[in-house]
Design a protein around this ligand. Structure first.
Ligand code: NAD
Length: 469
């Protein structure tokens, strides 16, 4: 078995304790990995603080070269990382491979950005410039659904902006991050990137640590709110990417057979464990039955199983807690709607739930009102366009949403009225490192990706110089 280690101050280090990591497809122990204690977290923060002076003064081109080398090493070890990702997370190997190479591409994308000094005013009287300065030590906290690519929303922009990092992956998916630590140990100067793993107990002290200047957090809205409270005492900068309950709105002019595959993929990719998965689907009454049938056919064709096995299209839920929650929501859905396809929870090891289509369901039931974060899609009937927009917006979440129509003007008009950080038209959940991504309402604060995502790791500093004496 591989010996996983923390990365603290450039050294691979044992944890104060160990913990088991479970393969969600088998429920067997996959590996034993380190569990850091608070003293080790403090060492990691101290190392990052000590490294900050040198790293922030390293020319940006050199910082970019280090980030590019991380991309290279991820790619060079892509097959191994993908296998490990499937084993700890559960997703099919093709998806894991896409995530790993996507991670490398996101690292590389950020090397194309710059933080130039902007001249705001330049005349005989004054010179006014906007500079972007690094913040210091960044705490990067990542969930279990996309352990690698979500890390790549944070680490490369933080580094390019001149910050140092303490990365904390989720306790149930720590292995890919730890393996990455081993791979980058000799690429990144000591202390610039530190990786600690915990049993869900170090997020709070990391957030509150006096030497952490910014917390970049991806996870649930409930935990995000704790991060905001924990950061408040010292007025730390925070970026929060939180939960969602994305609505897809299908207008009456689409052909169900044509759009059903894309709708299905948006809802069931990664077994529905995607922050921007389509989590509620509103379909016009004139095409409702046909759409439910098309989606049901796709659900019935899905092959659930171990992501390492050829032919698996949908892996297990990532962990027991999430599995039990989705089973509970599924039972509620069966009571408050009717199951058109799926609904089975196989009696076998592994946290498997078949992709499930729920019909004749509406607001007021848990499967519609709550973020299911699993492979159960409620399909909701509507008759009036004006009414459906209000229903789609009737949630405290506001991460993403989509409109589907064969008339782009009609779709655009609906998209304009939907309340979310991103609205897609005739697609859903497309992410691109060059496009800023962030949540409205209780789905988040700030943005990641793109130039905006890079700026979030900086402090705006104005220099305002009088020219005339
Ligand atoms: P979670 O909030 O339980 O955990 C996320 C991370 O926070 C983990 O690393 C965890 O150890 C850590 N943590 C736990 N307690 C903490 C505390 N008090 N302070 C700081 N950190 C703490 O989320 P999860 O269950 O791992 O992930 C699923 C959720 O994440 C879903 O709601 C999903 O929508 C959301 N998510 C959002 C995005 C986005 O970009 N908006 C992306 C992926 C997932």
């Amino acid at each position: 078995m591989t010996a996983y280690k923390l990365l603290i101050n450039g050294e691979l280090t044992d944890g104060a304790q160990t913990m088991d990591v479970v393969n969600p497809a088998t429920e067997q122990t996959l590996a034993v990995c380190p569990r850091a204690d608070e003293a080790q977290l403090n060492e990691a923060v101290a190392a990052a603080k000590a490294a900050f002076a040198g790293w922030s003064e390293t020319p940006i081109e050199e910082r970019k070269a280090v980030v590019a080398k991380i991309a290279d090493v991820i790619e060079a070890n892509g097959a191994e990382l993908a296998q490990l990702l499937t084993s700890e997370q559960g997703k099919p190997i093709a998806d894991a491979t896409g995530e790993v190479y996507g991670t490398a591409a996101f690292f590389r994308y950020f090397t194309s950005l710059d933080l130039p000094v902007e001249t705001i005013d330049d005349n005989e009287g004054r010179l006014v410039e906007a500079h972007r300065k690094p913040l210091g030590v960044v705490g990067a906290i990542v969930p279990w659904n996309f352990p690698m690519i979500l890390m790549a929303f944070k680490v490369p922009p933080a580094l390019i902006a001149g910050n140092t990092v303490v990365l904390k992956p989720s306790p149930t998916t720590p292995l890919t991050s730890l393996r990455l630590g081993e791979l980058i140990k000799d690429i990144v100067p000591a202390g610039v990137v530190n990786i600690v793993t915990d049993a869900n107990d170090l997020g709070a002290p990391l957030t509150a640590h006096p030497d952490i200047r910014k917390v970049s957090f991806t996870g649930s809205t409930a935990t995000g709110s704790k991060v905001m409270a924990g950061a408040a005492g010292l007025l730390k900068r925070i970026t929060l990417e939180l939960g969602g309950n994305d609505a897809g709105v299908v207008l009456d002019d689409v052909d169900p057979k044509t759009v059903a595959p894309a709708l299905f993929q948006s809802a069931f990719q990664n077994s529905g464990q995607v922050c921007i998965a389509m989590k509620r689907l509103y379909v016009h009454e004139s095409i409702y039955d046909e759409m439910v049938d098309e989606l049901s056919t796709l659900a019935n064709e899905a092959v659930i199983g171990d992501g390492l096995e050829q032919g698996t299209t949908h892996g297990p839920l990532q962990n027991k807690m999430q599995y039990e929650r989705v089973v509970e929501l599924l039972n509620d859905a069966a009571e408050n709607g009717s199951i058109a396809a799926g609904g089975e929870v196989p009696e076998q090891p592994g946290y498997f739930i078949r992709p499930t289509i729920v019909r004749d369901v509406a607001e007021g039931s848990r499967i519609v009102d709550e973020e299911q974060f699993g492979p159960v899609l409620p399909v909701i009937k509507y008759s009036e366009e004006a009414d459906v927009i209000g229903r789609a917006n009737g949630t405290d979440y506001g991460l993403g949403g989509s409109v589907w129509s064969s008339n782009l003007d009609r779709a655009y008009a609906v998209a304009d009225k939907m309340e979310a950080g991103t609205i897609w038209i005739n697609k859903h959940a497309e992410l691109d490192p060059s496009i800023p991504f962030g949540g409205a309402k209780q789905s988040g604060l700030g943005a990641e990706l793109g130039q905006d995502g890079l700026k979030e790791f900086t402090q705006l500093k104005i220099i305002n110089m009088a020219r005339a004496s």
